[in-house]
Design a protein around this ligand. Structure first.
Ligand code: GH3
Ligand code: MG
Length: 536
């Protein structure tokens, strides 16, 4: 992805926070407007919401929202804390709210994409029960999915023709007949070259015949009897993962400039992130700076051979398992075998067929990533494990020092989690851990690191973030997470977390962790469900 489009995505992501906050302001105003005589308790809430709006809007450079918020704040200074709201003030505030409404509205009218509240392609719901569809949409929105529900097969078909969804969640009997949902999907898939992944649900029919038919028309999942939203969202998350696969980082070392250029073009065309060097002496710097996932090495170069370079690469623990692929006009099998025995993984003979090259890179890359994942990720949540989180923290401290940038570290711990396990069972507890991890992934920046620090403890590393901003971000996540309705069978409940946050002050990672931990303890002692920033 180019820098520009990355920036644009980031901008859209943050624009969403501003528009969400504008909605909070407008909702609070609505309560005051509905009953001005009883408005007093809402005054401070409105002021806090408007203040937050202005801060967000300034930070994310949405000037019109910032101006509208400023105006509201100024008018609020004239409405004293324990006075009634005069008609004049009410009128003035109403005008400012209108201005805010207008700029929220106008942006989306002018340009359907910006600010785009959600980043992914939509999820379509075709459920027999409208009410559960509405509930599902709400839950999906919490996780940043854009979802729409359809009432009839025709509506669903029309929507798919307009825009292909990420996945469809459909009842087997959607449309009325016993398996009319499957017929609809069979028909729908004929219109698309690549099938849409489908999640089927049924309360009545779990027979092998029905399951087979569902699976043949793209049914990736078959839930019988129907499941709760929590489980479904996890599934939906897995089908949308394809969208977010990072391009492979491939380092190419070839002394021929023309050959290197050719490789670069082929790799970039295949959507990979290529870094090309032509001087073998640059290899150490390139490894450090680019941190490749796959290395392509020319066999013969002036000054040294690819095999020698491979040996040097393998001497560093960090790059022990990075796949190395040799490139050469060499077609002597004996020499190739010798090269492989010296730490290479594969051999491609020049001239390399681009298709073959890309296929090899994909295979090697996928395998390397899954091996790496075993080493550095937690299997329940897919987040970084404890050891790797600490390693990343060390790295970010080095970077913060070099670049003279701020850095924050947060520890998150679920509140009364033991009780959740005791009441609803361990599997539901596990699901909550996964749901929080998805929630964090969804809401933090790509450059932030999220780790599972321990059982029900998570760690966030927020590079280039000032403590006040970190606190706002984590607080917003905390608020939203606490609103999320968790389901266990037909019981519903909510879960909260507490957080301790520390800003790096030139100290060691250990001391930073300890300060965050102490702040977490303060949050717990203060009644939980809050964020504490460690004192300077
Ligand atoms: P507090 O608000 O003080 O943090 O209370 P708590 O109940 O969350 O804390 P406590 O340390 O007493 O209990 C943590 C619980 O987390 C106990 C343990 O069973 C549960 N837990 C830890 N790891 C896992 C896991 O992987 N899955 C599940 N389901 N539960 C876990
Ligand atoms: Mg806990």
């Amino acid at each position: 992805m180019s820098d520009e489009s990355q920036k644009e995505k980031l901008r859209q992501h943050f624009a969403r926070r501003v528009t969400t906050q504008a909605r909070v302001v407008l909702d609070t105003w609505q309560k005051i407007h509905d009953d001005p005589a009883q408005a007093q308790p809402y005054r401070n809430a409105l002021e806090a919401a408007a203040d937050k709006l202005v801060r967000y809007a300034r930070r994310f450079e949405m000037e019109s929202h910032a101006r509208a918020g400023d105006r509201i704040l100024e008018q609020l200074t004239q409405w004293h804390t324990d006075a009634a709201l005069s008609t004049d003030h009410q009128q003035a505030l109403e005008e400012s709210m209108e201005a805010l409404r207008h700029c929220t509205q106008r942006r989306s009218d002018e340009n359907n994409d910006a600010p785009h509240p959600f980043r992914r392609t939509p999820v379509y719901l075709a459920l027999a029960d409208e009410e559960s569809a509405a509930r599902m949409i709400k839950q999906l929105e919490f996780f940043g999915f854009r979802a729409s529900a359809y009432q009839t097969p025709n509506e669903l078909m029309a929507a798919c023709a307009l825009s292909k969804p990420e996945t469809i969640l459909i009842d087997i009997n959607f449309g009325g007949g016993a398996s009319s949902g499957i017929s609809t999907i069979e028909h729908l898939q004929e219109q698309h070259d690549t099938p849409i992944p489908i999640i089927f649900m049924s309360d009545e029919d779990g027979s092998i015949e029905t399951r087979l038919r569902a699976s043949r028309c793209g049914g990736e999942e078959f839930f019988y009897p129907a499941v709760d939203p929590g489980q479904l969202i996890e599934k939906i998350e897995t089908y949308t993962h394809g969208n977010t696969v990072e391009p492979y980082r491939v380092l190419v070392l070839d002394d021929s400039r023309a050959q290197a250029k050719f490789m670069e073009t082929v790799l970039k065309k295949a959507g990979m992130n290529a870094h090309i060097i032509t001087d073998p002496m640059q290899i150490i710097t390139a490894l450090e700076e680019f941190s490749p996932e796959i290395i392509l090495l020319d066999m013969y170069m002036p000054g040294c051979t690819g095999m020698e370079i491979a040996r040097v690469i393998r001497q560093q623990d960090k790059f022990h398992s990075v796949p190395i692929i040799y490139l050469s006009a060499e077609d002597d099998v004996g020499k190739q075998l010798h090269a492989m025995s010296l730490g290479g993984d594969d051999f491609l003979t020049k001239p390399v067929d681009p298709k073959h090259l890309i296929a090899t890179l994909h295979n090697r890359g996928r395998r390397a990533r899954s091996l790496l994942a075993l080493m550095i990720r937690d299997s329940l949540t897919g987040l970084f494990n404890h050891t790797h989180t600490l390693y990343l923290l060390e790295q970010e401290i080095v970077r913060a020092r070099q670049k003279d940038q701020p850095l924050c570290f947060a520890m998150i711990d679920l509140d009364y989690f033991k009780k959740v396990n005791d009441t609803f069972g361990h599997p539901i507890g596990d699901r909550i851990l996964r749901s929080l991890s998805m929630f964090l992934k969804q809401r933090l920046r790509k450059t932030d690191h999220i780790g599972r620090y321990g059982g029900e403890e998570f760690a966030l590393i927020l590079p280039n973030t000032r403590p006040g901003d970190a606190r706002n971000v984590v607080n917003e996540i905390r608020e939203r997470f606490s609103e999320l309705v968790q389901e266990a069978g037909d019981r519903q409940f909510k879960v909260t977390f507490s957080c301790g946050l520390a800003a790096w002050q030139g100290d060691s990672s250990q001391s930073l962790c300890e300060r965050a931990d102490r702040a977490l303890y303060v949050s717990k002692a203060h009644g939980r469900n809050c964020v504490t920033l460690a004192e300077e």
